[in-house]
Design a protein around this ligand. Sequence first.
Ligand SMILES: N[C@@H](CCC(=O)N[C@@H](CS)C(=O)NCC(=O)O)C(=O)O
Length: 216
Amino acid sequence: MSFRLYTYWRSSAAYRVRIALGLKGLAYESVPRHLLRDGGEQRRPDYLALNPQGFVPALEHDGTVITQSLAICEYLEERFPAPPLLPSVATERAAVRAMALAVACDIHPLNNLRVLQYLKADLGQDDAGVVRWAQHWISRGFDALEELIARHSRDGRHCFGDVVTLADVFLVPQVTNARRVQLDLAPWPRIVAITAHLESLPAFMAARPDAQPDAE
Ligand SMILES: N[C@@H](CCC(=O)N[C@@H](CS)C(=O)NCC(=O)O)C(=O)O
């Protein structure tokens, strides 16, 4: 059994998959794709053959390529169910997915590299305008997540209940992105407390951007 992860150290979507692989105890080979060098290695034909969307991550498992971080995490969950990253009750699974999707569908896409590049290069925004955009959309998403956590966290250390779920796997990389745009996290104390706990866990530590082989 072999896993190859097409990744970039600063990619928060790849960070999610690195965390999930670590939590499942699955070893993998990192295959970095530099998102900025030479116009972006994710846009080269050899990579587009793997992922026509031109995004990292992509996970190759025994010759099969899977794209989209949530699809990859759900695949890992189905194939390697222990330890579970989704609850056993359907309504609870839906709540965890809703939190993961709040990050994956509603926060992160607005702050993706190609969106920020378009704001700057095509719409004429300066660096300050681009940062304001990113901070704004992360803030609106964190407002909602903070409330969802208030409803679903049992111990103040996890987004849902009292064990690590996909909601946690998706939260931490988004917080890293928030720090990159110097967003003050004080308005979201639950998110801050949960992130502090999760970042102390080995699988989260090993997946950190600065722990990656391609980190600059
Ligand atoms: N929905 C995708 C998003 C993937 C994504 O946005 N990846 C970013 C890095 S975090 C990327 O490859 N960006 C390259 C680009 O914008 O050209 C997923 O969850 O896998």
